[in-house]
Design a protein around this ligand. Structure first.
Ligand code: ADP
Ligand code: MG
Length: 262
């Protein structure tokens, strides 16, 4: 799909870079949830992250998104290192550059659709352009629901509000942790198409954790995690190729353990 030069110029280079990121939880009996992960994701790419339960997918997203701090290693967004300073500085950085979509939507139940979407701008102390917010909501097909509460919407509609909320600040990277996990097939397809659109039309980088090979096939590439390490990558994935690779991930982990122990 064609991109205007302007949009490409506006977001050139790497949207996200991780350098040797590790995360260890706990003291005694500690768990290494991420083990020396390095990766680079250019702007305008849609990346899926897959791996067995407990392989570190959520930890990877939390660390990359600045919701949690790595034990070691560095995270760069748009070439700028994620603030190593105070919590307030990190929060500010996150609000400016990062969007997040959760499995269970995480909308505020007492706020209307419009208020949920303007909230990130309010929190960031930015000017609220209601026309722009309305057009983002129209883009996700909710232009007629601005004054509804989340409880008056279906799961699929709530997730589309959450996507609008993640996009409204024009973040460099949008992270989504199992965004289709709580949705029926049709709503899931709508949500995946919207994430694709954010990449193709607005040149945002999207990183999505999923269990579903069909969902992963919407991405440009799939990263495979096992035991906190990146163990593989698939470009232009088909659902079949992803499913096949997932089946053999267990073997791969076992082989690495044998090699490491030998
Ligand atoms: P995934 O999302 O792939 O299922 P997670 O990133 O949630 O994996 O977890 C990776 C590992 O880190 C698991 O062994 C999990 O038990 C552990 N873990 C995750 N969060 C915490 C935490 N807050 N405290 C201690 N251990 C954690
Ligand atoms: Mg998880």
């Amino acid at each position: 799909m064609a991109r205007t030069t302007h949009q490409t110029a506006a977001r050139s280079g790497d949207a996200l870079r991780l350098e040797s990121v590790s995360k260890v939880y706990g003291g005694a009996g500690s768990v290494t949830a991420l083990d020396d992960v390095s990766l680079t994701l250019p702007a305008g790419t849609f990346t899926a992250v897959m791996g067995p339960s407990g392989s570190g997918k959520s930890t990877l997203l939390q660390c990359a998104a600045g919701l949690d701090r790595p034990t070691s290693g560095r995270v760069f967004v748009d070439g700028t290192e994620m603030a190593g300073g105070s919590e307030a500085k990190l929060t500010k950085f996150r609000r400016q550059r990062i969007g997040f979509v959760f499995q269970h939507f995480n909308l505020l139940p007492t706020l209307t659709v419009m208020q949920n979407v303007t909230l990130p701008l309010r929190l960031a102390g930015r000017k609220i352009d209601r026309d722009r917010c309305r057009s983002v909501l129209e883009r996700v097909g909710l232009g007629e629901r601005l004054d509804h509460r989340p409880s008056q919407l279906s799961g699929g509609q709530q997730q589309r509000v959450a996507i609008a909320r993640a996009l409204v600040t024009s973040p460099s990277v949008v992270f989504a942790d199992e965004p289709t996990g709580a949705l029926d097939t049709r709503s899931a397809r709508d949500v995946l198409a919207l994430l694709q659109e954010a990449v193709r039309v607005y040149d945002q980088a999207v990183v999505m954790v999923t269990h579903d090979p069909v969902a992963a096939s919407y991405a440009d590439s799939v990263l495979f995690l096992a035991d906190g390490q990146l163990v593989g990558r698939l470009e232009r994935p088909t659902a079949e190729a992803v499913a096949e690779r997932m089946t053999h991930l267990g073997d791969e982990v076992a082989r690495r353990h044998v090699t490491a122990g030998a």
